[in-house]
Design a protein. Structure first.
Length: 216
């Protein structure tokens, strides 16, 4: 079992990652600004105060862990926009202070930069609201930054075009930079199955130093 530090554990995606990790028997340290917001009680759950935008706080949370997961900005609305790309830099900077003892980093990414069958990207679709485009491009900026990093073991996991709470089926398909869609062109994943895919990557690393995506 792994020791996992999780930023954003009280968010829509982060809370599912937390549940899936605990269900699999991992030890999880939830790192949040307000510990009172984590009401779950579990023998393998520790809740601490931390700030993903503070590299020193990241370093403290990550020390002694096997994996650091960031679910910050993972689909919780425009209020998280300002933290997406800066948090990527802060996470890397904090992990760098730990040198060879730094854990792996797995970050919740966005779908906007994924390629579609017509050769464009998801964010090129017509009619997308401005706030959503801003979030997509912020995730794109974070991914661009990660791709410059060679001294930290990072992975970015992009969801399908539509991700929302639903059923945990345990079934999903993956790709690298191409949108995963079914035969009807629908690209979706439940937050529960997204968490399954992320924990599968925790347990059996296949995408260190790259982005991958998941969908049905």
């Amino acid at each position: 079992m792994s020791k996992i530090a999780l930023f954003g554990a009280n968010g829509t995606i982060g809370s599912r990652i937390l549940d899936e990790a605990l269900a699999r028997g991992h030890e999880v340290t939830a790192v949040v600004r307000d510990p009172a917001k984590i009401t779950k009680s579990h023998p393998k759950l520790t809740v601490i105060t931390g700030d993903v935008l503070d590299p020193a706080s990241v370093s403290v949370a990550a020390k002694g862990q096997d994996v650091l997961v960031s679910a910050v900005g993972g689909g919780d609305g425009p209020g998280h926009l300002a933290t997406i790309e800066p948090s990527a830099e802060s996470l890397v900077e904090g992990l760098r202070t730990l040198g060879t003892e730094a854990p792996r980093l797995i970050a919740v990414g966005g779908a906007g930069s994924l390629r579609t069958p017509d050769g464009k990207q998801v964010w090129d679709a017509e009619g997308l609201p401005e706030f959503l485009l801003q979030i997509m491009h912020a995730h794109g900026d974070a991914l661009d930054y990660f791709r410059t990093v060679t001294d930290v073991r990072w992975t970015s996991l992009s969801p399908a075009a539509l991700i929302e709470p639903g059923e945990r089926t345990g079934a999903y398909r993956t790709a690298l930079d191409d949108l995963v869609a079914d035969e009807n062109g629908s690209s979706r994943i439940s937050t529960e199955d997204y968490a399954v895919a992320l924990l599968d990557e925790v347990e059996k690393p296949r995408h260190i130093g790259e982005r991958f995506t998941v969908g049905y």
